[in-house]
Design a protein around this ligand. Structure first.
Ligand code: CU
Length: 333
């Protein structure tokens, strides 16, 4: 009996060591690099749980494999094994230990949850989600942007709102994820620690264009952030303003060089003949473009999916739409 126990324990230890090593080296491979302060606690929890799972897996599978191999029925053995009824010590042990582990984990998780959501912050960014686009507003600076630019080292409160269905705000490198729920303002706090370019993804299946619902995220030094804020002041010249708005709001789906993206190219758009999914045709003029921006689903261009988000007056003012039209007019073939 003792010999069997020794051997089984050695098998379990070898298995646990191997799996532990895999978790240790594999974490960096499977989990994107950490880039926020809040995420440190998530990673600690995640690593700890992976090690715990590796240990429990090794114990269960190690003992099972040992028993299956060593105590298997050999030759024409007829004798049945000894019948065991109940073992209070064992049963109490395997109830109490998992209970303590689960209670311990929930205590640590609760502590970290409140630590991540403590209400102190250095700046606010309002995030609006809409099928299928993101928009960022900086109330302290009066800026609206389709690109999320934030400085390192500042704890940012993201106030999240959805105008239609449930979306989810997720930058994997920041770890923390939060839903946008119509009718509610939810929030999440992030302190970016790494400069670089990331991607915000919608993490809640929200319709046909869900996969395109991404936004560029740029984390920069506080100085570069101030410079970016200064640059954001809208240009006075309509064509320059239009160009800027198009690169902010439209360029992810519409190219300026004739290449095909999710939507038709803007190159030579003025005066172009278009055919719609219902078979009717039109010549592109100012009114058509205005309608395409405000109510994209009114007429859908043949060969494209109806995934363009409507840009209402809260996102683009009449002057901004006029500026976009002025810029599109300059894009002759
Ligand atoms: Cu979405």
């Amino acid at each position: 009996m003792k010999r069997h126990l020794m051997r089984a324990v050695i098998l379990v230890l070898i298995l646990a060591g191997g799996l532990g090593y895999l978790v240790y080296t594999g974490f960096e491979v499977f989990v994107p690099p950490l880039a926020s302060q809040e995420g440190t606690r998530i990673d600690q929890l995640l690593r700890f749980q992976f090690f715990l799972i590796a240990a429990i897996f090794s114990l269960v599978v190690g003992l099972a494999v040992y028993a299956v191999l060593v105590f298997r029925r050999r030759g024409d053995e007829e004798e049945a094994g000894e019948y065991i009824h109940g073992n209070p010590t064992l049963e109490i042990t395997w109830t109490v230990i998992p209970l303590l582990i689960v209670l311990g984990l929930s205590a640590v998780t609760t502590r970290d949850f409140f630590w991540m959501r403590r209400p102190d912050y250095d700046m606010v960014v309002k995030v609006t989600g809409q099928q299928f686009a993101w928009i960022f507003e900086y109330p302290d600076y009066g800026i609206k942007s389709a690109e999320l630019v934030v400085p390192t080292g500042k704890r940012i409160k993201f106030e999240l709102q959805s105008v239609d269905v449930i979306h989810s705000f997720w930058v994997p490198e920041w770890r923390v994820k939060e839903d946008l729920v119509p009718g509610l303002t939810t929030y999440v706090y992030i302190t970016p620690t790494q400069e670089g370019e990331f991607k915000l993804r919608c993490a809640e299946l929200c319709g046909v264009g869900h996969a395109t619902m991404r936004a560029p995220v740029r984390v920069v030094s506080p100085e570069a952030f101030e410079a970016w804020v200064a640059e954001q002041m809208p240009p006075a010249d309509p064509v320059a303003l239009g160009e800027k708005l198009v690169s902010q709001y439209c360029a992810s789906c519409h190219s300026l060089d004739g290449s095909q993206r999710v939507g038709p190219t803007f190159l030579g758009i003025f005066g172009r003949e278009v055919t719609f999914t219902d078979g009717t045709t039109a010549t592109v003029d100012e009114d058509y473009i205005r309608e395409s921006i405000r109510e994209p689903q009114a007429k859908v261009v043949e060969g494209f999916q109806p995934i363009m988000p409507p840009f209402g007056p809260d996102r683009l003012s009449d002057e901004e739409v006029d500026a976009i039209i002025a810029f599109l007019k300059t894009l002759e073939k």
